[in-house]
Design a protein. Structure first.
Length: 78
């Protein structure tokens, strides 16, 4: 019967979370919203971590550049 209603009424919102025979209980968008929020939080934390790693790499690169410039200056002075 639900297949007939689905066909007649079109797509139904929510997702099937449990089936008892042919009766289906559909979950509303609340949990999917929580899921999306959790995903956004995870991605935000990952971006923060990557920015920190990038900043650390830039500091190391700048220190290496300064050291190489000092080495070149010393070689030219000699």
């Amino acid at each position: 019967m639900t297949e007939v209603l689905d066909h007649k009424l079109g797509c139904r919102h929510g997702k099937v979370v449990r089936c008892i025979g042919k009766a289906r209980v559909r979950e509303t968008g609340a949990s999917s919203s929580r899921s999306i929020t959790g995903h956004v939080i995870t991605l935000t934390e990952e971006v923060t971590t990557l920015k920190s790693q990038l900043a650390a790499q830039q500091v190391a690169w700048e220190a290496e550049t300064v050291a190489r410039q000092a080495e070149i200056t010393a070689q030219l002075s000699a």
